[in-house]
Design a protein around this ligand. Sequence first.
Ligand SMILES: [Ca+2]
Ligand SMILES: [Ca+2]
Length: 242
Amino acid sequence: MWKSGLGKGLQALTVMLFAGSAAAAQGDMGRPMGEMGKGMKNATDGAEYTVVFKNMWTKSRHPFEYPEAGVISGPHFSGLIGGAHNASFSLFAEGMSPTAGLERLAEMGRHSPLDDEIRGAMAAGKVGALVASGPLRDLADSLVVTIRVDAANPLVSLVAMIAPSPDWFTGVAGLSLQEKGSWVGKKSVELFAYDAGSDDGATYKADDMDVNPKKAVTKLMGKHFAPNGAPVPVATLTFIRK
Ligand SMILES: [Ca+2]
Ligand SMILES: [Ca+2]
C-alpha cells in the first residue's frame, strides 16, 4: 500500500538549522581586522545561497504511468532535507545501500530519522548545517530554502521523495559550490530519479515490498524516468548566492 509522503509543514514553510562548525566557531578570532573585509569573496569564508527546487516531473516528459492528480495521491515531492558538509559525509551515493533514514525518506517522505542521522554527523563534525523544507504539493510552485556553506563544509546534499512511489527519490549529493577557489554566484543542476534499493515495488503505487538486505542506490533507467532510454530530469536545483 502506498503511503503518503505528507510532511508536517506548509509548503512555504522552510526550516533552517545552523550549527557552527569548528571552523566557523573559530571564525575570524585572532585574524587581523584588515583581512576580514578583504576575504569576503574568498572561499575561505562562508557564503549563503538561496536554493530553488523546481519541478520537471510532468506527464508530458514522463508519461509512463504518471500518477493521476489527487489531493494526497497525486504527484508531489516530499520536503527537501539535507545540508552542507565535508567530504567525509554522504547522504546517498549510487552503488551504496541506503541508511535507514534515506529508506524512510524515499518510501514515506518522512524526514525522521534522516534528520537524526544528519544531526549525528553534525556532532561528528561532518555536517555544518541541516536544511529542510515542507513538501511540494503544487508542482507549479517551487521549494525555496537557504543554505550556508563554508570552507569546512563546502559541499551540498539534498534529497526529496518522488511521491507516490515505492522508494524513489531525487536529489543531489556532494555538490561543490566552489569554482577556482571562490564561491560560485549561481549554479543550476538537473536532478534525476533514484531508486533507494529498499523496496522492490516497480510502479508508482505498488504495494510495499521491503528488501533485506538493502540493495544499492541506483539511477532509475526504466520507462518511468527514462522513457527513451536516457534519464529525463525530474527537477532542477538552482543556487543563487545572497
Ligand atoms: Ca526500489
Ligand atoms: Ca523498505
